[in-house]
Design a protein around this ligand. Structure first.
Ligand code: ZN
Ligand code: ZN
Length: 111
Protein backbone atom coordinates (compact mmCIF):
# COMPACT_ATOMS: atom_id res chain seq x y z
CA UNK A 1 0.00 0.00 0.00
CA UNK A 2 1.24 3.51 -0.73
CA UNK A 3 0.63 6.45 1.54
CA UNK A 4 -2.43 8.45 0.41
CA UNK A 5 -0.66 11.67 1.44
CA UNK A 6 2.95 11.40 0.30
CA UNK A 7 3.04 8.23 -1.86
CA UNK A 8 5.76 6.59 0.22
CA UNK A 9 5.58 2.93 1.12
CA UNK A 10 3.37 1.98 4.07
CA UNK A 11 4.74 -0.56 6.56
CA UNK A 12 2.67 -2.92 8.64
CA UNK A 13 2.63 -2.54 12.40
CA UNK A 14 0.95 -5.17 14.55
CA UNK A 15 -0.63 -4.22 17.82
CA UNK A 16 -3.02 -6.37 19.88
CA UNK A 17 -3.51 -8.71 16.89
CA UNK A 18 -4.55 -5.81 14.67
CA UNK A 19 -2.35 -4.93 11.70
CA UNK A 20 -2.31 -1.26 10.79
CA UNK A 21 -0.38 0.45 8.00
CA UNK A 22 1.97 3.30 8.85
CA UNK A 23 3.76 5.44 6.29
CA UNK A 24 7.53 4.96 6.31
CA UNK A 25 8.03 8.64 5.49
CA UNK A 26 5.36 10.92 6.99
CA UNK A 27 4.27 8.37 9.65
CA UNK A 28 0.60 8.85 8.88
CA UNK A 29 -1.49 5.80 9.84
CA UNK A 30 -4.18 3.98 7.89
CA UNK A 31 -6.80 2.05 9.86
CA UNK A 32 -9.20 -0.31 8.14
CA UNK A 33 -12.80 0.16 9.28
CA UNK A 34 -13.17 -0.52 12.99
CA UNK A 35 -9.45 -0.81 13.72
CA UNK A 36 -9.05 2.71 15.08
CA UNK A 37 -11.85 2.09 17.57
CA UNK A 38 -10.28 -1.21 18.64
CA UNK A 39 -6.91 0.46 19.21
CA UNK A 40 -8.22 3.57 20.90
CA UNK A 41 -6.07 3.32 24.02
CA UNK A 42 -3.42 5.67 25.35
CA UNK A 43 -0.52 3.21 25.39
CA UNK A 44 -1.34 2.04 21.88
CA UNK A 45 -1.43 5.58 20.57
CA UNK A 46 2.01 6.17 22.12
CA UNK A 47 3.27 2.94 20.57
CA UNK A 48 2.07 3.43 17.00
CA UNK A 49 1.71 7.20 16.56
CA UNK A 50 5.41 8.00 16.55
CA UNK A 51 5.59 10.67 13.86
CA UNK A 52 6.25 14.38 14.06
CA UNK A 53 3.07 16.32 14.80
CA UNK A 54 4.35 19.30 12.82
CA UNK A 55 4.76 17.14 9.72
CA UNK A 56 1.25 15.80 10.22
CA UNK A 57 -0.20 19.27 10.56
CA UNK A 58 1.37 20.42 7.30
CA UNK A 59 -0.14 17.46 5.47
CA UNK A 60 -3.61 18.65 6.45
CA UNK A 61 -3.17 21.27 3.75
CA UNK A 62 -3.45 18.66 1.00
CA UNK A 63 -6.85 18.93 -0.53
CA UNK A 64 -7.85 15.72 -2.25
CA UNK A 65 -6.86 12.47 -0.60
CA UNK A 66 -7.71 9.14 -2.20
CA UNK A 67 -8.62 6.03 -0.25
CA UNK A 68 -5.64 3.62 -0.46
CA UNK A 69 -8.07 0.72 -0.88
CA UNK A 70 -10.52 1.93 -3.55
CA UNK A 71 -9.07 5.17 -4.88
CA UNK A 72 -12.20 7.20 -4.17
CA UNK A 73 -11.71 10.65 -2.71
CA UNK A 74 -12.08 10.44 1.04
CA UNK A 75 -14.28 12.70 3.09
CA UNK A 76 -12.66 15.04 5.57
CA UNK A 77 -13.67 14.87 9.21
CA UNK A 78 -13.02 17.21 12.08
CA UNK A 79 -12.86 16.07 15.65
CA UNK A 80 -12.46 17.73 19.07
CA UNK A 81 -10.22 20.71 18.43
CA UNK A 82 -11.60 21.37 14.97
CA UNK A 83 -8.70 22.63 12.90
CA UNK A 84 -6.22 20.85 15.17
CA UNK A 85 -7.56 17.47 14.24
CA UNK A 86 -8.67 16.78 10.74
CA UNK A 87 -8.65 13.30 9.28
CA UNK A 88 -9.83 11.58 6.12
CA UNK A 89 -12.29 8.74 5.96
CA UNK A 90 -13.64 6.35 3.33
CA UNK A 91 -16.97 4.97 4.49
CA UNK A 92 -16.30 1.58 2.99
CA UNK A 93 -12.68 1.07 3.97
CA UNK A 94 -11.31 3.07 6.86
CA UNK A 95 -9.59 6.25 7.92
CA UNK A 96 -6.24 7.97 7.72
CA UNK A 97 -4.60 10.00 10.47
CA UNK A 98 -1.54 12.16 9.97
CA UNK A 99 1.28 11.94 12.48
CA UNK A 100 0.06 12.98 15.91
CA UNK A 101 -3.60 12.88 14.98
CA UNK A 102 -4.40 9.39 16.18
CA UNK A 103 -3.15 10.34 19.64
CA UNK A 104 -5.57 13.27 19.75
CA UNK A 105 -8.40 11.22 18.33
CA UNK A 106 -7.83 8.33 20.74
CA UNK A 107 -7.92 10.69 23.72
CA UNK A 108 -11.48 11.49 22.77
CA UNK A 109 -12.54 7.93 22.05
CA UNK A 110 -11.18 5.80 24.87
CA UNK A 111 -13.31 2.76 25.35
ZN1 ZN B 1 3.11 9.42 3.96
ZN1 ZN C 1 -12.25 3.17 -0.01
Amino acid sequence: MLCPKCDAKMEEVTCEDVVIDRCSACKGIWFDSGEAETLSKKWIAEFIDTGDTEVGRKLDALDTISCPRCGETMRRFFDIDGIQLQFEKCDGHGQFFDAGEFTLWAENHYL
